[in-house]
Design a protein around this ligand. Sequence first.
Ligand code: OOG
Ligand code: MG
Length: 262
Amino acid sequence: MALNASTLDQLAELLENCQLQAQDTLKITDSHPDMDWDDAYAVQDRILARKRARGARVVGYKAGLTSHAKMQQMGVTDPVFGFLVDEFVVAEGAEIQVSDLIHPKVEPEICFITRTELKGPGCHIGAVLAASDVVLPGIEVIDSRYRDFKFDLKSVVADNTSAARFVVGGRIASARDVDLRTLGVVLEKNGQAVALGAGAAVLGHPAAAVAMLVNHLGRRGQSLPAGSLVLSGGITEAVSVQAGDNITLRIQNLGSVSVRFV
Ligand code: OOG
Ligand code: MG
């Protein structure tokens, strides 16, 4: 660790306040260039601790930057991991207030719900599929707290990987009964297909993103509890949205899920 506890607390307070007040900031590595990976995840942990102290409940986790399309869009090279709490949940078909957010973008994702606990190191696709109950479509709404979505990996980790809202829905399927690599994915904005892909865009197989998450948690002495929801990462580039936009995600065999921005 390169930063002391009070600096980590200050950074967590800054980033969480930016989230709650829909205000942006410069990426924190500009002011703290020596921040290391442990510091970055320690800031994220402190944001979660602040939310927990106000009664928030962790409902799952997310992997991000797991597809080449996303890595290219953001100019980075490695996946990152974040937490999902109840305040991020949006009901299927509900409205999202754009004024609560800074510069939201939507991402088409394949979501897993686990039936048994998963532990790393050594977690692999087979273990993830064996432990997963179901998969279903999910739209993640990301909203980097950094000005113009400009960040490096450590800054985005500290910012809980831009997590803001998510909606899951459509049709559930057994994780073992569908070929998650070849599932076709269509993201529509106002009735027009704006991004297309297939499950394999995520690390060759979306379950690989869940295995990476579990191994990441294992390195930190944590496991993925039974009943966790995991967003495995955007399959395509993220798409900017504005008030008035209707977003629908269609995934082959898994139906569709929609959300409206107002
Ligand atoms: C970081 C979060 C990326 C994904 O699915 O790739 C992410 C960002 O691009 O702001 O959630
Ligand atoms: Mg995402």
